[in-house]
Write a protein that binds this ligand. Structure first.
Ligand SMILES: [Zn+2]
Ligand SMILES: [Zn+2]
Length: 385
């Protein structure tokens, strides 16, 4: 079939809106009509990454409706409303059978090679292949995706909000709920208030934390954090983070720290500001050249747990649905994460907004494909002057 898509033709060049070909789904694949797709900082990173195979169709946060299923597909059928996961898992490896599906490695090869799971592409133009991105390629009117990427959602779930669940929302929520396992009445510090950190705050709020302390170097981000459930804020660029966290917790430090910043220095502060027996979860990707420096003295007596968390340790079939239900019950904020709604032809504007230092990266631009007129732009947060 022919469809309109935003194509990455070269590294760092604006995406081009082109008419491309999409082949039918093969076994264990699903054709989805994309209704909404979030524009993520990872898409921008891929656009500027010279290891991204080109031409490619980016986009890895999507929601839509199942149009057609390939052979052997059992979990979804035509007409189902789905949100997409960029980490399909195999279900049979050591990690999957022990419940850690977020550690399954089966998708990584195809993900880095720009193909679907069978090593080939369904996308082409004039007979020349176009690469997939993160097995989804949602910057297009339709996508052929692995069955395991399709998570059926409640009929009431709106598409724009649903499209956001599969990336920063699930990662942040899962970091608090699944990885840290925040308990009611506990104290939580979240470092790095961006697209993931803001949802770690939401996860901690839903898990019943009594104090949620947002830590960032930008006051504007800290103000936004309060709207999502932070009870206290610490500007760690101006204040001593360890002392601030201890003074807010009777001198003990927090029970849980979740570092979404990607900076080793923040993890070091999080470690120091966490009480004995507490847990520090690292979500952000460190620069591999960096080294984490933790105090060796008294390490064994502190009894702390330091753990990494990938994709929020989520089980998509469980957590996408839970987040949707929480949203529909008014307990999880997704409307507020949508900064702008726009059509596909304005996608470069959405990507460029990440370069705009006035843009707060907590929220998202969402591309919508509906044929009904698009509402006026919505902006939920004030932009930093
Ligand atoms: Zn993303
Ligand atoms: Zn597996």
């Amino acid at each position: 079939m022919k469809m309109k898509a935003a194509v990455m033709t070269e590294v760092g060049k604006p995406l081009q809106i082109q008419t491309v070909d999409l082949a039918s789904p093969k076994a264990n694949e699903v054709l989805v009509k994309i209704e909404a797709t979030g524009v993520c900082h990872s898409d921008l990173n891929a656009l500027y990454d010279d290891t991204t195979p080109t031409p490619a169709i980016l986009g890895h946060e999507g929601a839509g409706v199942v149009v057609e299923v390939g052979t052997n597909v059992k979990n979804v059928q035509a007409g189902d409303k789905v949100a997409l996961s960029w980490m399909p898992y195999c279900g049979t490896c050591e990690f999957c059978v022990t419940g850690a599906v977020h550690l399954c490695e089966s998708a990584f090869g195809p993900m880095f090679n720009g193909t679907l799971l069978d090593g080939t592409s369904r996308l082409s133009k004039d007979g020349n292949p176009i690469y997939h991105y993160s097995l989804l390629s949602t910057f297009a009117e339709y996508a052929v995706v692995p069955e395991m990427s399709c998570i059926k959602l409640p009929e009431k779930m709106p598409f724009a909000q649903a499209s956001l669940i599969g990336c920063g929302v699930a990662t942040g929520y899962g970091a608090a709920v699944n990885a840290a396992k925040v308990t009611p009445g506990s104290t939580v510090a979240v470092f790095g208030i961006g697209g993931v950190g803001i949802n770690a705050i939401q996860g901690a709020r839903i898990a019943g934390a009594s104090k949620i302390i947002a830590c960032d170097v930008k006051d504007a981000n800290l103000e936004i954090a309060k709207k999502f459930g932070a009870t206290h804020t610490v500007n760690v660029g101006k204040e001593n983070g360890e002392e601030a966290l201890k003074s807010l917790t009777n001198g003990y430090g927090v029970h849980y720290a979740i570092d979404c910043s990607g900076h080793t220095s923040a993890t070091e502060t999080a470690w120091k500001g966490t009480r004995k027996g507490g847990t520090i979860v690292v979500v952000g990707a460190f620069n591999p050249a960096m080294t984490l420096n933790l105090p060796a003295g008294g390490f064994h007596r502190a009894g702390k747990i330091l753990k990494g968390s990938f994709y929020g340790d989520i089980q998509p079939y469980r957590d996408f649905l839970r987040i949707s239900e929480l949203y529909l019950d008014g307990k999880f904020m997704l409307d507020e994460l949508i900064l702008k709604r726009m059509t596909l032809d304005r996608i470069n504007e959405a990507l460029e907004s990440f370069h705009d230092c006035n843009c707060i990266n907590v929220g998202r631009s969402v591309i919508e494909f509906t044929s009904t007129p698009i509402q006026c732009e919505e902006t939920s947060f004030e932009r930093i002057p």
